[in-house]
Ligand binder design. Structure first.
Ligand code: SAM
Length: 247
């Protein structure tokens, strides 16, 4: 059998792809995820979509090397434009900013008619992606956070449904949960704590730099940053399993 080596990040994405489905991977680069889904994950058919010529050619070569290549299609184009309406049952979009993923979904909204699941991995801007999903009737059904080669990644899985459902909380507003990730908040994983400790460190350093400034407008921003730091400490307290408050 053809060996396909993929990262832990792509394997986690694949683990959320149902078997025997028609799966599109948009922004496929070398089509490694699509190949893995076909060879190891028993996808019925995979579509690798890619905007740029270099990665598109790499994807063509990769898919051509597979025995199961008749169950795959490599297409060049922008976002979901490569799909027919009602074609893909599952769409993966990984390794881009959350806003770009949201704009790809938005521009291709007419291609989402048959979609049963979206598996998305934003590098940044997770909150704007959760907002788009909420506004367009997609319900978060799972979230993952993982670290690979020193980088922390979040994966968001959503299906058509009741978008309000994961945002029930006495403590947190919907907007806050969109920033944190409602499933990630419940998991309280060590990587999740690390992500928010990094975030806290970032804002503390920004504050220290600003404190050295004499500009009035900069000083006005300090109270905003103080509010952000207090909020992140609240998130960290919530993520701690022993419930001690974060100093
Ligand atoms: N999805 C792969 C992964 O997660 O490892 C590749 C991620 S790579 C950082 C992003 C890929 O998306 C690039 O190959 C880029 O050319 C492609 N891309 C960017 N914008 C796109 C768009 N609007 N439509 C299709 N592909 C796009």
């Amino acid at each position: 059998m053809t060996q396909i080596q993929i990262s832990k990040r792509l394997q986690t994405i694949a683990s959320y792809c149902p078997q025997d489905a028609i799966i599109a991977d948009i922004g496929s680069d070398h089509a490694l995820l699509a190949s893995y889904l076909l060879v190891k994950h028993e996808a019925r058919f995979v579509i690798a979509g890619e905007l740029n010529e270099g990665p598109y050619q790499a994807a063509v070569r990769q898919i051509a090397s597979l025995t199961a290549k008749d169950h795959a299609s490599v297409r060049k184009g922008d976002g979901l434009a490569v799909l027919e309406p009602n074609e893909a049952e599952v769409i993966c979009i990984a390794g881009m900013g959350g806003q770009l993923i949201a704009s790809i979904l938005n521009n291709g909204i007419t291609k989402l008619g048959k979609v049963k699941r979206l598996i998305l991995q934003p590098n940044v801007g997770e909150d704007s992606l959760r907002r788009w999903l909420y506004d367009h009737g997609f319900q978060l059904v799972a979230e993952e956070i993982l670290e690979e080669d020193g980088i922390i990644y979040e994966i968001i899985v959503a299906e058509p449904g009741n978008p309000e459902s994961p945002y029930q909380s006495d403590r947190w507003s919907r907007d806050e949960l969109m920033q944190i990730g409602p499933f990630l908040l419940q998991k309280k994983s060590a990587i999740m704590q690390k992500k928010w400790i990094n975030e806290l460190d970032k804002w503390v350093k920004i504050k220290e730099r600003m404190q050295q400034s004499t500009r009035e407008e900069t000083r006005e921003k300090l109270s905003e940053i103080d509010g952000k730091i207090t909020w992140i400490k609240g998130v960290l307290t919530c993520l701690q399993t022993d419930k001690a408050s974060y100093k």
